[in-house]
Each structure stands twice: as C-alpha cells, then as structure tokens.
Design a binder for this molecule. Sequence first.
Ligand code: FAD
Ligand code: SF4
Length: 541
Amino acid sequence: MSDNHYDVIIIGTGAGGGTLAYHLAPSGKRILILERGDYVPREKANWDPQVVNVDAHYNAKESWLDKDGKELHPHTNYYVGGNTKFYGAALFRLRKEDFGELRHHGGISPAWPISYEDLEPYYTQAENLYQVHGNRGEDPTEPPANAPYPWPAVSHEPRIQQLSDDFARSGLKPFHVPVGVMLDEKNPHKSRCIRCNTCDGFACLVGAKSDAQVVCIDEAIKHSNVTLLTNSLVKRLDTDVSGREVKSVVVERNGAVESYSADVVVVSCGAINSAALLLRSANDKHPRGLANSSDVVGRHYMGHTNSVMMAISKCPNPTIFQKTLGVNDFYFCSKDFEYPMGHISFVGKLDAITLKAGAPAIAPNFTLELMAKHSLDFWLTSEDLPDPSNRVTIGRDGKIVLTYTPNNLEAHERLKGKLKQAMRQTNCTMHGHECHQGLFGRNLYVGQRIPLAGVAHQNGTIRFGHDPKTSVLDPNCKAHDVDNLYVVDGSFFPSSAAVNPALTIMANALRVGDHLMKRLGVSGKDYEQNLRQDRELAVSR
Ligand SMILES: Cc1cc2nc3c(=O)[nH]c(=O)nc-3n(C[C@H](O)[C@H](O)[C@H](O)COP(=O)(O)OP(=O)(O)OC[C@H]3O[C@@H](n4cnc5c(N)ncnc54)[C@H](O)[C@@H]3O)c2cc1C
Ligand code: SF4
C-alpha cells in the first residue's frame, strides 16, 4: 500500500471534521486530515474590533457570486478549527420537535431521518467535549437530557440580570445560554477564560474558547497515527471506473498538486464548500456532480433568518460578556400566532468601531459611541425552510454561486414584534419609575436582517434521508451513490431549526464516528486501551 493511502481522510477541521478527527484518533487507524487554511496567527489583532470587524482581516479572501452575478464577500473563515475559531460558542441542542415535521407560517419544515433520542447520547458527549456551561431546566423548550451540563452556566452581568428579572416578571422564561468557554467563575485566578468583550466573532487569543482546533485537532494530532496537512486545498474527488468508490483526493498544496487515497473519505468543508467540491467532482459516472443522482447536491441551502436588534435605553449597558441570556418562549408559537417564530438571544457587546462597519440608523440624540454604550444587542434567529431553488452552483469561471430567496419571513417579523413588546414591559429598577417612562418611551430598535454574505449558519446542501431520490446521504451520512464517501459538516441538515447549529454538527460527527469505527473494525477494547494510554501519557508529560 502506498504511503499516500490512509484508512480515513477527513477534509476540513471545523465543527464536523475536527470533532470526527478527535473521536477517531484513538482508533489507531491511519488518519489524514486536510485543511485548506493555516492556524489563526496568535497576535494582538485577534482581539482588535477594527481589524476583525471593519477590515475583515481574517475572512476568506475569495469572492462568490449571488444569483444576479453580483460579487459577494462571504463572512466565512478558512483556518484550522474552521468557523468555530470565530464563533460565539452558543452550543444548543435542537429541540426534540425539530426532528419531526413542523408546520410553519411559510410552509413545512421536514422531519429528519433520525430522532432526537438517536442523537441524545452524542449531544451529551459533545457538551462534555466542548465544556458547555449551562443550567438544565431553565429553557422551557429544552429537550430531555440524560446528564447535567458539565459546567454551571456563565453568570449574567448586572444589566443582563436586570433584563432577565424584568422578562421573568412579565411572564417570560429567560434562561442562561449554554456556551463553550473555559470559564471557571469559582476560581478566577485559575480560569483559562478571562471573560472578555471580544469573543463572539473573534478568535480567542488565550485559547480558552472551546473551538474545534483547541478542543479536537490539537488533541487528535498528538496521536502518531494522525497527520494534519494545512494549506491543503482539496480541488476534486475522483472515483474508480465503477463510480462507486472515491479513489483519489486531489489536493493543491504549496503550489503543487498531490493525490491521496483512503478506504473512507469524509468531506467536511462547510455546507457551501462541500457542495461545491462534490459539484466540481463531476465525471462520466456522476455527470451532475459526485453522488448527485438525486440532483439534490447544493440545493435546499439554508442559513437562518437572523437579525441583530439594538435596544437603546437611557440606562447604559456596561456588560462585557453579553451572550448569556436567551428567550425561547416564542420558539413554537404564541397565543396570537400558531406557528414557530424562533429564538432570541444576544450577540457579543457591540462597540462604536464595530457599529461603523454596518452602521445602523442613528437613534435620535445618540451618537454611535453613545448607542454602543447604551444598547442591548439582541440576536434573533428564525427558521428558513428548505427550498430546492435556494442553492449552491458553480459559475462558468469556477466561482461559487449562491442563489437564495428568503422565506418564512412572517415568522421573523412576529419574533421582532414579540421582542419589542417584551422590551416595552421592562421596568428600570436603577432609576425608578421616571426613568422607566423615559427609557421605554424612547426605546429604539434598529433591526436589519443579516445579508446573504452572512453565511455563518450555512446548512442543508447535502441533506441526509432514507430515499436516494430526495437525499444525497443515508442516515449514517454516507453518500447513497458512493460506498466510501461521507459528509459530516452542516450540509446534512434536512431542516435548519432555529437555534445555532454547531452542537448538532459536533454531536452528529460523534455519531458518524461510532458508525465508522464499526465499519473499520475497531474493537471497543482496543479503543479503550488506546484512550487509557493517551491519558497516562498526558499525565506523565
Ligand atoms: C462569527 C460567527 C459566529 C458564530 N456563532 C455561533 C454560535 O454561537 N453557535 C453556533 O452553534 N454556531 C455559530 N456559528 C456557526 C458555526 O461556526 C458553524 O455552524 C460551524 O463552524 C460549522 O461547522 P462545519 O464543520 O459545517 O464547517 P466549518 O466550521 O466552516 O469548517 C469547514 C472547514 O473546511 C475547510 N475547507 C473548506 N473547503 C475546503 C477544501 N476544499 N479543502 C480543504 N479544506 C476545506 C475550511 O477551511 C474549514 O476549516 C458562528 C459562525 C460565525 C462565522
Ligand atoms: S478569554 Fe474567554 S471570553 Fe475572551 S475570547 Fe477567550 S473564551 Fe471568549
């Protein structure tokens, strides 16, 4: 067997690929990880809002096209760890009901081929691995879980606690958002996380965010059977003559073209790039793109309908780590709207520099500086529905084309209305009733839907399902059409639900990892023994 042959090749090191690599590493199998990017350089600029949010220094340097042929600069990141290097680490389980069919105002959200119960043990594993901090039992829509969160929730700072109390008084059930940061509030002097204001959207300079590089890839490559090649862009996948097996993974590395092979090839490039890779790998046996007999590859692109809404009040908001509060009371319905609306939480605290990048309308009597000091910066997510016309294709010049028409928008408008209503009912305890009058009389919301280039929550382009006519992957995330091809990034979602996607991608990668270990004949005994040896080695280091 050639040196370039492996048991498993994993393409991409984000939430899906990174987690799978971590899980398979103790199997002893020869694993090659291919990542187009490099490590995020550790530099002070990691935490500089001008460099990160205005100059978009760490964003991918390529451009894609929208349906009208207009260039768009995707807000996505090509690094070891993928987009988890920059994510806000809000790590939610989907709701149990999200796995079934749900009727929305804009249409049907289809059922998944697996149930919540199938994924539950892997959610628990993923929460442990990514050190999720949360409190079970607070979120009224939370699905049943077999274990508590491994860490208590990150506490609210006073302004957010005040808002939480206000919301609770008005009958809502606010909860602590589950987040993957390595914060130890009981032992601050030992805590790796320093609770700073540059977390959501920024890479963590001190390696304290539970991202796929720090948590998974750094650990996986400690195993001598695992090789990581960075700056390795996978250009195409070639099959054998039957078309049933990927025979060659063609990679551009340091200006040269190289070729690798494996018994199992796992694609995990993110939902848009994975679809693009399969489409670019068309051949005689797969004329519409690899594994695309269904013509489904690239279709049903979803990315959520998201808005950032700034609630400006007279009271300042000196919060540093703002992403601690969530409201799911309107996730499924309300008394006056029988359809799901979505999820309300927060983005990281906005500052004046960041506001300049996507300048909102200025609130009367407020400068950007003042707005940043006084805003509560909400993040609203509603489900977008899988529409086959919303799709990734490859343009004539080889560029990615992203065609997307938003849908289910009434749900999002209703959700905004619910937040406005909830904010009007809040009561400022700091300044008494008078302040309350002025404060809420002058509240202003600057709501703007996140534009198409905001592809942070991309999913759905290589959906899994039972029927090869309507899905690309089977329930184990193996391609129906190809015997050794798997996909474990956000592509597999048949519906987008309305909570952040990363924990579901991680949990599913662990589930597929178990399936692959069976397929590769890894015995539980060997795996456990390797794990024990790793732990002993780690202790002796
Ligand atoms: C600013 C921001 C904030 C976010 N906040 C949250 C949050 O709070 N909670 C949450 O759940 N989600 C959040 N997300 C979304 C979350 O990061 C993604 O859902 C998740 O990272 C997707 O995982 P993935 O494995 O599908 O893809 P990615 O993490 O994008 O990984 C794909 C990897 O593949 C590599 N790659 C791509 N093409 C190729 C190729 N051809 N060859 C080799 N390598 C390739 C990329 O470089 C990348 O490393 C956020 C995203 C962003 C950008
Ligand atoms: S130190 Fe903590 S809050 Fe700051 S970026 Fe790192 S994980 Fe996030």
